[in-house]
Design a protein around this ligand. Structure first.
Ligand code: NAG
Ligand code: NAG
Ligand code: NAG
Ligand code: NAG
Ligand code: NAG
Ligand code: NAG
Ligand code: NAG
Ligand code: NAG
Length: 912
């Protein structure tokens, strides 16, 4: 190269610098996602594999295995998780990271060093000072090597790992290998090494067909099987892999957390920056929220390497902070925070992020007429009843959980009037997008740490990896306003207190010590250090403050006077509300049902469509689950008895959904109407999160949404039983009670009741209550009447021939949905007929609609369009008018013809 050429190149370099270098030191991030090569340990299988991804998905994509969810494939593919697998990729170091112009630049710098300042020098040297190889998620136990040199190992799916690799990169091909060790073998070896005492449970119940010792590996606990899910112990690079190069500092995480000082009536914004600095770096950092006229500059010194630095930006008290509110209680505005750092005239860091302002308190204080403590959440000073469900992993293979899947499920939650979800502790800390959508939609998240239904070891290396996991997850998630509480684990306090694992009393202290070490001395301590903006509970269920008083494990964590409860009873009659616990907060309760026929068809064949088939019992992972569903249904319904085997099968699926919907409705309505009452010290219920929102595969479970997104009857019921204004009817000792529940403002409401005979669509009689002022966030008795007197005063009604519908109204009209109360069970009702419902699908500007016509009173009218994805505006309803129109929102293009061909209409009278 001639000197003239060099000058030319230099001129270009200067231009280049002016364009971006002088303005800012931009970090370079180069993705290593994409096609890697995957092989098993003996090399019999070598195939391309996507990163992010997992071994199962890769094998299926290449046709080595079928759909893992099909029929009994969960058993056929057990071998996959017993083998070791290696992911390999070969890459050239991209120019931006290790420029070929290194030499040239250096030369130029030497030539012009005197003339031009440091500005040019730094800018010219385009080879990055530090290059990190970053894995956002490795599932799970692996050894990582680059160019045959071992960089290190991984043992925790929930951690981000990075390795400094600048000196190891070569100019030619670089070979990166990640060898994944069998998680099943690892878990069992770790359990064996823990020789002094066992850490139960050793294995899941046989009915789950799972693998053992999952508590010894920091991995999605349900991946070794659960009572609603298959065993697919995944292995893979389940999140992004990339190279990150930088010259000065690199921002790893920015976590703004607003804190409110109520005595000063002032907001402060705590901003934590996690950075990696090539060398000790000084700078002036400016935090600014222009909308709130708030800006401050701080002088900082970042030490070499990784460090977290915290700043406090005081928010101008005269500015209007817009508050974030949960769904149904207000909007969700945010303010933009800009963060920039100048080192002399260089911008060494520059970023912008959303900040949502809200406060959350978990109120546990004495309440009148009770010996216990309250347990409810106050958001921005307002007590809020939590309505929602529990979230489990949306797929066994996380790479299949696309943004569309997440958005659809969370939209379904909001469409059912939910304002809260509990991210259950046996799954994964969800991806960023999950929490961003919850922020947007106003879904409050009860976030468990990922420990569930087990004792856990506390060896040093286990505790160390958990500590790192907790630090990283809290730093990643704490700026999301949607997260309102952290909880240490799922059901482990209860497991210890009520001795699920038959631990001899002489050994109990040992396990208690491990429990306190893990959740209190480590997890709780870290969370309290990292995040002062939301409460922490050690477990769920727990007695909260009372558990703490009792040394962190209460004698009875299910005490109804304290904290939250989980409650399941399959044998007691779910229509009998007196069997439900009048708890402060119901964080889990539920009943199973089967998914619809179209969902099962995708993973079964004709011989499986029979309630006595092997498939039917194989998919049921809860002991006696199928029996329990039918027994519960038989308490109030005749069981299907068609001589047509397929009809008998599909009628059974339908009836399990009717049973589930009705059971969860009864229980949820009980909790909502109990929010303003204390009866014998119990009540003041402030949360109803049923188990469970979604499914991991096509199988019977407690979910209200099937795998694939189709709503079960329960989810349509939830739309009503979680409505902001709701009438609740029930009987107690021969008296009918109607309560009015309002989440909204004070309302002057009246209950309007209509009695129908099962045999006639014309109402028998109508009644109204006196108007009552129902204050915001309360439940109040609005009507009460002796049942016999009510029936006698209403034509020829008896409890067997009639049923009651009712709604609330104020001067502006009906408020909330129309509800109903069966005065007897349908299996003893007199006059229930086959209603001969006809349906007509139409399309207009608003979309598709179905107009129904019935010849008789029809309970549980169910519209099903098979495999066409979408949902109806209402479904599973009671039809007491001849005609009714519901709309259908399709999630892909369809037509009137396709919908008409697929549509089936079933009501209770049609299955006998
Ligand atoms: C290689 O391993 C697979 C299981 O991963 C096994 O099925 C196969 O028999 C092995 N092949 C040889 C040659 O050992
Ligand atoms: C997996 O790797 C471990 C550790 O190297 C080894 O002991 C084990 O035999 C390997 N498993 C298979 C199936 O090759
Ligand atoms: C920070 O700002 C002060 C005041 O403007 C200035 O004197 C100092 O040089 C700056 N420090 C750095 C590292 O830029
Ligand atoms: C259901 O399966 C059982 C056992 O496989 C069989 O005996 C029975 O005939 C089947 N019933 C129908 C209706 O197909
Ligand atoms: C009650 O039933 C009797 C006999 O079925 C009938 O004659 C009478 O009209 C009914 N009364 C009312 C109010 O429906
Ligand atoms: C429904 O149709 C059947 C058969 O035509 C008939 O016997 C029955 O009375 C009809 N049901 C009603 C409520 O009209
Ligand atoms: C109800 O539907 C039937 C048949 O679709 C129709 O003949 C009738 O006019 C409708 N009645 C009302 C009130 O819309
Ligand atoms: C099915 O059950 C219904 C309701 O118990 C009964 O009326 C009907 O006769 C039964 N049908 C058969 C075929 O057993």
């Amino acid at each position: 190269m001639t000197w003239r050429w060099s000058v030319c190149v230099f001129a270009l370099d200067v231009l280049f610098c002016l364009f971006y270098g002088v303005l800012t030191f931009k970090d370079q991030s180069v993705s290593l996602n994409g096609k890697w090569s995957l092989s098993n340990s003996n090399g019999s299988l070598i195939l391309p594999a996507d990163v992010p991804g997992c071994v199962h998905t890769a094998l299926q994509k290449r046709g080595y295995i079928q759909d893992p969810y099909f029929r009994f494939n969960d058993l056929s593919y057990r071998w996959i998780a017993f083998d070791n697998w290696t992911y390999t990729t070969t890459f050239n170091v991209p120019g931006e990271l290790k420029s070929e112009q290194d030499f040239m630049s250096l030369f130029m710098v030497h030539v012009f060093i005197l003339k031009f300042s440091k500005t040019i020098c730094l800018c010219m040297n385009r080879s990055r000072q530090k290059i990190l190889l970053v894995f956002d998620g490795v599932d799970t136990v692996a050894s990582v090597s680059l160019n045959a040199l071992i960089l290190g190992g991984t043992d925790n799916m929930f951690r981000r790992y990075d390795f400094s690799v600048r000196e190891l990169l070569t100019d030619g091909d670089n070979v990166l290998k990640v060898t994944l060790f069998s998680p099943v073998v690892y878990a069992s070896e770790r359990s064996e090494a823990h020789s002094s005492y066992t850490v139960p449970p050793e294995c899941p119940p046989d009915v789950q067909k799972g693998e053992c010792h999952v508590n010894f590996i920091r991995k999605e606990q349900s991946s070794f099987s659960w009572d609603w899910g298959p065993s697919f112990p995944t292995m893979g690079l389940w999140k992004e892999v990339r190279l990150e190069g930088f010259d000065v500092i690199q921002l790893i995480q920015v976590s703004p957390v607003p804190l409110y000082n109520s005595s000063l009536s002032q907001w402060m914004l705590q901003v934590e920056l996690l950075v990696d600095a090539v060398q000790t770096t000084d700078g002036n950092i400016t935090l600014s929220i222009p909308e709130l006229n708030s800006e401050e500059t701080f002088t900082v010194r970042f030490p070499t390497g990784r460090s977290g630095i915290s700043f406090t930006l005081n928010i101008n008290t005269s500015s209007d902070v817009n508050l974030w509110w949960p769904n149904g209680h207000g909007d969700r505005p945010f303010h933009l925070l800009t963060i920039s750092c100048l080192q002399d005239e260089f911008m060494i860091l520059n970023t912008e992020t959303k900040v949502y302002f809200r406060t959350v308190e978990l109120v546990q204080e004495p309440i009148p007429d009770s010996t216990g403590l309250s347990f409810y959440f106050r958001i921005n000073g307002k007590p809020i009843f939590l309505k929602g469900s529990n979230w489990i992993p949306a797929h066994s293979f996380q790479d299949r959980v696309t943004p569309a899947v997440l958005r659809n499920l969370l939209q379904s939650a909001v469409d059912a009037n939910m304002n809260a979800l509990r991210v259950w502790g046996g799954g994964v800390y969800e991806q960023d997008l999950f929490y961003s959508i919850c922020d947007e939609m106003g879904i409050m998240v009860w976030q468990d740490f990922m420990f569930a239904c087990a004792m856990y070891p506390t060896e040093d290396d286990f505790i160390q990896t958990v500590r790192e996991e907790v630090i990283q997850q809290v730093q990643r998630l704490k700026s999301h306003p949607s997260i309102i509480v952290w909880s240490g684990n799922n059901e482990n306090e209860a497991a210890l207190a009520t001795n699920w694992f038959n631990i001899p009393s002489s050994q109990r202290l040992l396990y208690l010590k491990d429990y306190v070490t893990l959740y209190v001395y480590n997890i709780r301590a870290i969370v309290q250090e990292e995040d002062q903006s939301r409460p922490f509970l050690v477990s769920s269920p727990t007695n909260g403050a009372e558990s703490e008083q009792e040394g962190w494990v209460a004698e009875n964590p299910y005490d109804l006077r304290f904290g939250d409860t989980h409650f399941y009873s399959y044998t007691s009659d779910c229509w009998d509300w007196t069997a439900f616990p009048r708890t402060r907060f119901a964080s889990e309760y539920g009943f199973q049902s089967w998914p619809s026929f179209s969902t099962l068809q995708a993973v079964s064949v004709e011989e499986d469509w029979n309630v006595t088939s092997h498939f039917f019992s194989h998919r049921q992972h809860h002991e006696d689950g199928n029996q329990q569903m039918l027994q519960q249904a038989a308490l109030h319904f005749h069981l299907p008895n068609s001589t047509d085997p397929l009809k008998s099968f599909t009628d059974t699926l339908y009836l399990t959904q009717v049973m589930q919907a009705q059971c969860v409705k009864a229980q949820t309505e009980f909790y909502r109407r109990s929010q303003s009452e204390i009866i014998e010290g119990e009540g003041h219920t402030m949360g109803a999160l049923y188990w469970q929102l979604n499914d991991i595969w096509q199988a019977p479970s407690w979910s209200s949404i099937e795998f694939g997104g189709k709503w079960k009857m329960l989810h349509y019921f939830a739309q009503n039983f979680f409505a902001p204004v709701l009438p609740v009817g029930f009987e107690d000792g021969g008296t009918l009670f109607i309560y009015a529940v309002s989440d909204l403002s004070d309302l002057k409401l009246q209950a309007v009741m209509t009695m129908y005979s099962w045999s006639d669509l014309d109402p028998v009689c109508a009644l109204q209550s006196d108007p009552l002022l129902v204050s915001a966030g309360s439940a109040a008795l609005i009507y009460k009447h002796n049942v016999d007197a009510l029936l006698a005063g209403c034509g020829n009604c008896t409890q067997f021939t009639c049923l009651l519908t009712f709604h609330l109204q104020d001067s502006s009209g009906q408020q909330g949905p129309t509800n109903h109360h069966f005065l007897s069970s349908p299996n003893v009702a007199d006059g229930l007929q086959s209603p001969n419902i006809t349906a007509k699908v139409q399309q207009d500007e608003a979309g598709y609609s179905v107009t129904l016509n019935t010849a008789a009173v029809a309970p549980f009218v169910w519209l099903d369009v098979g495999k066409i994805p979408g949902r109806f505006s209402s479904n599973g309803f009671l039809m007491v008018t001849r005609n009714m129109t519901v709309s259908f929102t399709a999630w892909r293009p369809t037509s009137v013809a396709e919908l008409s061909d697929s549509l089936t209409v079933t009501s209770l009278g049609d299955i006998y």
